[in-house]
Design a binder for this molecule. Structure first.
Ligand code: ADP
Length: 309
């Protein structure tokens, strides 16, 4: 019998306002399905990518195959696989499209090989896949997609990643205007240096957000979801960002910020609050400018990447 496995890896929100390159969390439902089937030779072949167009089928350019290659190389195993990917989030969404593929691929090949690596160990290989998508091997999206929940990348060298608790009642509203912002472009416009006074505000907010999450203090979560370093620059690339933020905060959102490098935006709400108002107003706002949006409310996914039957 041919050895085959199907995995699902969730879409993710990285940065989470004040936590640039450090904080992330996983979403429910949206993400990548990946099917890995053993071949008789040692080739990696991407058979099909369903759901979205424009993602490379070339195994040297796709994050899924690059991730698998990195794991096989580390384990000194010579095996080949056919790869099928089903995506429901476009690349360049700011919702970790490439990271979902990397996470699903890392988990699938590890599982098919009898799980020689732990979940945490898979992060560094998925980062190698991410390097292909955005020149830097960033970990914030892959960590959240692999581990699930809320994640912190405390250090890159050595890699130190862990989960932090969050309130069960926390919900996130995602607003994804259908325009593309490339992570590489969004990174280029950032400044290399930050002002000390801005850094002080930023680490105050990171501490506040983490404390709010751990203590289930929704007011503190909302107050701390402020980014004085990246948002003022990156928001320029997102149409109607200021207007959307004002609308969401007026409608009761707990903070509002850019998801990853955009153009997706997110805000937190509490379980029983009326998030449909935020979504309706977002549709009105973007509709007037002829921009379609995808918008939904999600729980935080506490499972992360998993096997599908
Ligand atoms: P996102 O923030 O949604 O992950 P990025 O802009 O970071 O989007 O990454 C998308 C880039 O990665 C695109 O250039 C895309 O072609 C490339 N890429 C390579 N492999 C994949 C894959 N399996 N899934 C998504 N994007 C991929």
């Amino acid at each position: 019998m041919t050895n085959s496995i199907k995995t699902f890896a969730p879409a993710t929100v990285a940065n989470v306002g004040c936590g640039y390159d450090v904080l992330g969390f996983a979403l429910e439902e949206y993400g990548d399905e990946l099917t890995l089937t053993e071949r008789k030779d040692d080739q990696l072949v991407i058979e099909i990518i369903q759901g979205v167009s424009g993602i490379p089928l070339d195994p040297a350019k796709n994050v899924a195959s690059v991730t698998i290659r990195a794991i096989l190389k580390d384990l000194k195993i010579s095996k080949g696989f056919n790869i099928k990917i089903k995506k429901n989030i476009a690349a360049g969404s700011g919702l970790g499209s490439s990271a979902s593929s990397a996470a699903a691929a890392a988990y699938a090949v590890n599982k098919i090989l009898g799980a020689p690596k732990s979940r945490k160990e898979l992060i560094k290989f998925a980062m190698e896949g991410e390097r292909i998508a955005s020149t830097k091997a960033h970990a914030d999206n892959v960590a959240a997609s692999i581990l699930g929940g809320f994640t912190v990348v405390r250090s890159y060298d050595p890699l130190d990643v862990f989960n932090i608790p969050y309130p069960e009642d926390l919900r996130v509203v995602i607003i994804f205007p259908q325009v593309e912002v490339k992570t590489s472009d969004a990174k280029k416009i950032l400044k290399e240096e930050v002002k000390l006074s801005d850094a002080v505000k930023q680490w105050g907010n990171v501490a506040g957000l983490v404390s709010g999450l751990i203590q289930h203090d929704f007011e503190r979560i909302g107050n701390s979801l402020q980014d004085v370093i990246v948002e003022p620059i990156r928001s320029i690339l997102i149409p109607l960002y200021r207007e959307m933020k004002t609308i969401a905060l007026r409608a009761g959102a707990l903070g509002f910020s850019i998801s990853g490098s955009g153009p997706s935006m997110f805000c937190f709400v509490q379980k029983n609050s009326d998030s449909s108002i935020i979504i309706e107003r977002a549709k009105e706002l973007y509709g007037k400018s002829g921009i379609n949006i995808i918008s939904f409310v999600s729980r935080i996914n506490n499972v992360g990447v998993k096997t599908l039957d």
